[in-house]
Design a protein around this ligand. Structure first.
Ligand code: HSE
Length: 415
């Protein structure tokens, strides 16, 4: 692609990300990139541009030979897959911000790129404006990584900041995250940890050379967070953050999980507030490094899309170096054990989780809370039952490997 001439973009979707990109390109007039066509689904919807700016036939846009590159920024992951896979089948270059699409379909998307020669980039899909995929893919391409963990969802982090810093009620904070354009169309994805799980799957492919199916990753969120849980965090001089983490055990097995976690002032993630994301990459030789930036919102995410557009126009494609280098993709460490807090009204969940080293934290009239040790395998198996029961689970530290923040102070029987 000639990087000096004006590059014409076909944009699918005009929500937060699409508008963010459009606005950036409108302001940065000197850039040789132009949104030539915008394809949206629903006719007659009130939008910030006049109706004649939009087209509604996605197949027609895909077939338009005057477009140099396609940007997919719609929220429905399966519709996005139809568009992106068809575009790749036509050998087109595509940028997407859709994490669910990439998390669920990475193997097929890789195969389509190989077969038809198009390129797919998706920096905006993980941690908004933080260039974490390219950092892990390029900078850390040869250094073995021990762990990648962090806050990968801006909305839930915004909500938790509002709760812990301003004592706002959960529902009010969620409404604000939606109004500010941080949340997904279905905010369950944000607060239940599913969105973080999608992003963790993508990072794992680049960091550890293993494509994880989302179903392989246990995820818990803040949707059942209660006042007692926040009080427990405060008693332990900690706040709660929704942490996505993947690390290699000493046996070379992987531990991917998404869990609310106690985070104290000594933790790298403590300073990551509001809609910011923070990712700690633990290099085997370089040690831990924190990358912090805005994880949600039109401009930060639009800027990541722009960066991908520029990269594609200069011939860049992900090399998937670790994926190609790894002959035996690491298995999951189902026996890996770590400490969690559980609050529920259903004692059978203690059994379902197979909790050991059990200590009582609190016993109310309609619920109890305990801490105990759980295996990754049991967490995966029991997660659906826990969600159905509306129970709340969190890790005792963001460092699942050691140093539980609450361990020393918890376990005190509260009658
Ligand atoms: N809803 C997502 C978040 C948007 O809050 O992080 C960015 O992926």
């Amino acid at each position: 692609m000639d990087s000096h001439r004006l590059l014409k973009i076909g944009l699918f979707g005009f929500g937060c990300v699409g508008q963010g990109l459009y606005d950036i390109l409108s302001r940065e007039e000197s850039l040789p990139y132009k949104v030539e066509r915008i394809c949206v689904k629903t006719q007659g919807k009130l939008r910030p541009l006049p109706p004649e700016s939009f087209t509604y036939d996605w197949q027609e846009v895909l077939a338009d030979p005057t477009l140099d590159l396609l940007v997919e920024a719609i929220s429905d992951a399966e519709e996005a897959y139809t568009i992106v896979s068809e575009a790749l089948r036509r050998g087109k270059n595509v940028v997407t911000a859709n994490k669910k699409l990439v998390a669920y379909h990475l193997p097929e998307l890789l195969a389509l790129q190989q077969e038809f020669g198009g390129v797919l980039l998706y920096e905006a899909a993980v941690a908004g404006g933080i260039p974490i995929i390219r950092t892990v893919e390029e900078y850390f391409s040869n250094e073995p990584l021990e762990r990648v963990h962090g806050i990968l969802n801006g909305s839930s982090n915004y909500i938790l900041s509002q709760i812990f810093k301003l004592q706002k009620p959960y529902a009010e904070a969620l409404k604000e995250a939606q109004d500010k354009g941080f949340a997904e169309l279905d905010p369950w994805l944000d607060v239940a940890g599913a969105d973080s799980r999608h992003k963790l799957c993508i990072l794992t492919a680049h960091a550890f050379g293993r494509t994880l199916a989302p179903e392989e990753v246990a995820f818990f969120g803040i949707d059942f967070l209660g006042e007692q849980d926040c009080a427990y965090a405060q008693q332990n001089d900690a706040v709660i953050k929704l942490v996505a983490s993947v690390h290699l055990t000493q046996d070379g097995e992987l531990v991917p999980v998404v869990l609310p976690s106690l985070v104290n002032a000594a933790d790298d993630l403590f300073v990551v507030e509001q809609e910011f994301n923070g990712v700690v990459v633990h290099g085997g030789y370089s040690g831990p490094q924190l990358f912090k930036g805005r994880g949600a919102g039109g401009h930060p995410t639009g800027a990541a899309v722009l960066s991908d557009i520029v990269s594609i126009s200069h011939g860049y494609a992900y090399g998937y170096k670790k994926l190609h280098k790894t002959t035996n993709a690491p298995a999951l460490a189902l026996d890996f054990q770590f400490d969690v807090y559980l609050r529920s009204s259903e004692p059978e969940l203690v059994v379902a989780l197979g909790l050991t080293n059990l200590q009582n934290v609190n016993r109310g009239s309609d619920s109890f809370s305990v801490i105990g040790t759980v295996s990754l395998g049991n967490l995966i198996k029991a997660q659906e039952q826990i969600r159905k029961a509306g129970a709340y689970v969190m890790a005792l530290s963001s460092d699942f490997v050691s140093n539980p923040v609450a361990k020393a102070k918890a376990g005190v029987e509260v009658s």
